[in-house]
Design a protein around this ligand. Structure first.
Ligand code: GLY
Length: 363
């Protein structure tokens, strides 16, 4: 088992430089994927399959309670239940697997991979996905952390009727003038500020990770807790093959993070791979799809300004790009949509700037 600590040793064991045929070891991911790329690259340098590598990489985020857009600690649906979506694609065998609205299992990427490997289906959802995961030996666990539970509770208290009343606030007969801090005694100001921000501006974070090895093999994985406070059963782009993820061994791979509804409408990942198939560079392929997102709003920047969406592209020859609709974020969501993570096998992962379609107007 490769740990974060010993990945450098593994990386040093094999040459990172380009191999015959032009392919090289490259892993890219969304900006929350620095550790993910380190782990994935360590697996690749150790000779592991590219899909095993990206799944091991994104497991870092799925297991991390601090990443509130993925796996354990992901923000829940409107009923306080964490529902996870994930997809995988394995270039060499051209296979895919996905799960959606999966509850109580913190590594949906692993379950998606088993759907690919152990069934004749591509996607399992909801109760069926959970039963499948349990049949495969996964144990159910509560995915809410104290932090995400608090954020959900704060969100519920911000929902008020026309008189400013919330059933989840203290009663009409309570002493007046109790502010939010007084309603959550013992909660730090910093945590409360975080929870209020998430309540007002729900996130769609997500992690996408794409890998290429020196043999020219490619794989990808996208995993997410989806939109915070979503209607139960809402499925975003992440588990949709062709939207949140697409890999074509002959061409390249692409994936997405951000507002999934916009991506589904342009089948973003597949569109990017098709663009590359027809000769576009990864940058141009991503920009073209961002333009399609913009076109769906008749390029109305006032409406486009209400969300963020990112795409990531990795071509079979190792060329890559990350792209964002805007060069600045709508809010400080803890997810840096202006940058993306890359590891080329020469050392630790680094962040590089995304290309972008629009300059975000100053608030
Ligand atoms: N991109 C993640 C989601 O919208 O669910």
């Amino acid at each position: 088992m490769l740990s974060r600590r010993n990945w450098m040793a593994g990386a040093a064991a094999l040459p990172a430089a380009a191999q015959p045929g032009g392919a090289k070891n490259i892993v890219i991911a969304s900006s929350n994927g620095l550790d993910c790329c380190n782990i994935a690259m360590a697996h690749i340098c150790a000779g592991k399959d590219t899909l095993d590598a990206v799944v091991a990489g994104v497991n870092v985020n799925e297991n991390d309670p601090a990443d509130d857009s993925v796996g354990y600690g992901g923000l829940p649906n409107e009923e306080g239940v964490v529902e996870l979506d994930a997809s995988v694609m394995h270039g060499p065998t051209r296979r895919a697997g996905a799960v959606a609205s999966l509850r109580n299992i913190k590594n949906p990427s692993k379950v998606a991979k088993l759907v690919m490997e152990q069934t004749d289906h591509i996607m399992l959802v909801g109760e069926g996905a959970l039963r499948f995961a349990k049949a495969m030996g996964f144990s159910e666990e509560n995915l809410l952390t104290e932090k995400s539970r608090l954020a959900w509770m704060v969100w519920k208290r911000t929902l008020r009727d026309g008189r400013g009343h919330s059933n989840w606030s203290d009663g009409l007969d309570a002493p007046p003038g109790k502010d939010m801090a007084a309603q959550f005694p013992g909660v730090s100001g910093e945590l409360l500020a975080y929870a209020l921000d998430r309540a007002m501006y729900p996130v769609t974070g997500t992690i996408n990770c794409l890998a290429l090895n020196a043999k020219g093999e490619m794989s990808g994985c996208t995993t997410t807790s989806g939109l915070a406070w979503k209607i139960p059963g809402r499925v975003g782009d992440s588990p949709i093959i062709g939207s949140g993820l697409y890999v074509d061994q002959e061409v390249g791979a692409a994936g997405s993070t951000g507002r999934g509804e916009e991506n589904i409408r342009v089948a973003g990942a597949h569109s990017i791979v098709e663009n590359m198939r027809h000769g576009m560079s990864p940058k141009d392929a991503v920009l073209d799809v961002l333009k399609r997102v913009s076109r769906n709003y008749n390029h109305d920047k006032a409406r486009l300004n209400r969300f963020d969406i990112n795409f990531y592209a990795l071509r079979k020859d190792g060329a890559y790009a990350g792209g964002s609709l805007w060069n600045g974020q709508f809010r400080n969501t803890g997810f840096n949509s202006r940058r993306f993570a890359i590891n080329d096998g020469s050392g630790n992962s680094r962040l590089e700037d995304c290309i972008f379609l629009y300059e975000r107007p100053k608030a």
